[in-house]
Design a protein around this ligand. Structure first.
Ligand SMILES: CC(=O)N[C@H]1[C@@H](OP(=O)(O)OP(=O)(O)OC[C@H]2O[C@@H](n3ccc(=O)[nH]c3=O)[C@H](O)[C@@H]2O)O[C@H](CO)[C@@H](O)[C@@H]1O[C@H](C)C(=O)N[C@@H](C)C(=O)N[C@@H](CCC(=O)O)C(=O)O
Ligand SMILES: Nc1ncnc2c1ncn2[C@@H]1O[C@H](COP(=O)(O)OP(=O)(O)OP(=O)(O)O)[C@@H](O)[C@H]1O
Length: 494
């Protein structure tokens, strides 16, 4: 289907559309490319492509069937980028759509409903648009998922690498468990490629090209906002796993991702929703019960908080010169993309803060190119750090840790007085400094201590709160496969 460049797109009125249509998904085996097609009414069409370079489409029936089903799931999940341009009242599935030829099972329908409401929570909040009243999905039928293809075990695990600190910690866990780890990425952003090179592991690649129509409609009045991108990346990773002979995908989604930012009109708004535990559970169920058996999807960092992950990452020195968590580096438009940490966004501030209990100022300056806790980076830094701990307003819409974790990190680096002597309870935190903090005199740290932190030192509950982020979550540990549990303990435990 050729892309429409309608006159309507020159002035795009979201209210003008009644339906979002999932048109079809087409697989070109020769080039290992999947085309995902959508439309708003009959007026605007979108086509996204995902390709897997340097890999042959499999010949055996089970893997071929698995790929067809996963491409169908991807069709349904990647549609969220295009649906959000107008968020019309009704969703239509055409006969070539999704994994079951235009049909939905009840389980799949429930997952999609969540992805298009909870996954669009931030979008709903910033646009003041209740997504629960938009995008009504067609009813599910009782035709079931048909014969579910089953993959044979291979012992190979695909580890998606996002260029930041978390995914290389996940890679360390998978390797520690003795699995054959293959790194995977969507795209070739600099920190991703450099981190994979530093790991010495093979690299499986996918390329995702958004429909060019999205840029046009964005420029002409489309609704815009955040999408649950991890749901999309995860599904591309599962396809890559099948193509590269892996039987598992190991994500790096931390416990902290399940904490929302705020509640708006009864809707929980969580920027990281598709990194959270609820999404993972529902997605795993649809995957294993209805789409492909024998293909494991889980986050191996689910028991850990961001602070415990940062402590583990501080020990993985080979990645320090190459990683970047700042999202400004990952923008699609090269003209808007930065080449390194911007130094003035919530993500930069959070990663700086989370590493500061373990790394000294010169080491962090070498990574970030500036000392964000010493007043460099502008006057926004004071308030920006306070926001991370919820000391002024809700935590920002970014991939940052829980407010309690930021508070704990601040207390660990601020100490009890101007000389930075350890705060009560610090001795229980393995790896924490036992002497004065080298951060104590830094301008932002001193102000935070004076304005917010000092009164907490006398509160015994705050000593326990200091340790809590470092305890591995027992139910999440129990849910891990036997080989991963000791590896998580070794990499992320005390
Ligand atoms: C890089 C980034 O942070 N982008 C967010 C930003 O988008 P921006 O317009 O500044 O730049 P681009 O990413 O280049 O996007 C251009 C437009 O394209 C559309 N689009 C892009 C990706 C996509 O998957 N679908 C799309 O429709 C969109 O219209 C863009 O404007 O602001 C956007 C609005 O808030 C964010 O949605 C962009 O976030 C990207 C989707 C992204 O990949 N972000 C990850 C770095 C991210 O935030 N990951 C979360 C995971 C959250 C989850 O639940 O999965 C995290 O790590 O916490
Ligand atoms: N371009 C990508 N290719 C493959 N996987 C990705 C990509 N972007 C994100 N991911 C994966 O999505 C999950 C969430 O990404 P996230 O940004 O939290 O991880 P990260 O980049 O490793 O760490 P950080 O929190 O420091 O940015 C991780 O499992 C990550 O590997």
């Amino acid at each position: 289907m050729p892309e429409t460049r309608p006159a309507a797109a020159a002035s795009f009125d979201p209210a003008a559309f009644a339906t979002f249509r999932f048109v079809d998904v087409a697989i070109d085996e020769a080039s290992a490319t999947v085309a995902l097609r959508y439309a708003l009414d009959d007026a605007v069409t979108f086509e996204e492509t995902v390709s897997f370079p340097d890999v042959a489409w499999p010949q055996d029936a089970e893997r071929r069937a698995a790929l067809r089903r996963l491409a169908g799931l991807l069709h349904l999940l990647a549609g969220v980028s295009y649906f959000k341009t107008a968020a019309p009242p009704t969703i239509v599935l055409e006969p070539g759509a999704g994994p079951f030829g235009g049909r939905l099972t009840p389980r799949l329908r429930a997952l999609l409903r969540d992805v298009y409401t909870l996954g669009l929570g931030e979008f709903a909040y910033v646009n003041r648009l209740d997504v629960r009243e938009r995008g009504a999905w067609p009813a599910a039928d009782d035709g079931g998922p048909g014969d579910v293809p089953r993959l044979a075990p291979t012992g190979r695990t695909l580890v998606p690498i996002g260029g930041g600190k978390d995914s290389v910690v996940a890679l360390e866990v998978v390797q520690r468990a003795g699995r054959d780890a293959v790194c995977f990425s969507v795209g070739t952003a600099g920190p991703i490629v450099a981190s994979i090179a530093a790991s010495g592991r093979p690299h499986a690649l996918a390329r995702r090209t958004l429909s060019p129509t999205i840029g046009e409609v964005n420029a002409n009045g489309a609704l815009n906002g955040h999408v649950p991108v991890t749901a999309i990346v995860s599904t591309i990773a599962l396809m890559a796993a099948v193509l590269h002979g892996a039987d598992a995908v190991a994500m790096a989604n931390e416990r902290s991702a399940s904490e929302g930012n705020l509640v708006w009109q009864g809707l929980e708004v969580n920027h990281q929703w598709s990194k959270g535990a609820a999404f993972e559970a529902a997605y795993r169920e649809v995957l294993g019960e209805e789409l492909v058996a024998g293909l494991d999807y889980r986050s191996v960092l689910r028991p850990a908080s961001e602070l415990a992950i940062a402590r583990a990452f501080s020990r993985l020195e080979r990645y320090h010169p190459v990683f970047t968590s700042c999202n400004a580096v990952f923008r699609l438009d090269p003209a808007r993309r930065r080449s390194n940490w911007c130094g003035d966004c919530p993500k930069c501030r959070f990663v700086f803060l989370a590493l500061a209990p373990w790394l000294d100022p010169p080491a962090l300056r070498a990574i970030f190119g500036a000392d964000l806790l010493d007043g460099e980076g502008g006057p926004a830094q004071d308030d920006g750090f306070a926001d991370l701990a919820g000391l002024r307003q809700h935590k920002p819409f970014e991939c940052v840790g829980e407010e309690a974790e930021s508070l704990a990190a601040m207390r660990l680096i601020a100490g009890t007085g101007p000389d930075g002597a350890p705060v009560p309870g610090q001795e229980a935190v393995s790896g924490a400094r036992s002497g004065p903090s080298p951060w104590a005199g830094h301008a932002v740290v001193a102000r935070l201590r004076e304005e917010h932190l000092a009164p907490l030192d006398a509160d015994p509950a705050q000593s326990a709160a200091l340790l809590a982020p470092f305890l591995l979550h027992a139910p999440a540990m129990a849910a891990l496969p036997d080989d991963l549990r000791p590896a998580v303990e070794a990499v992320l435990g005390a």
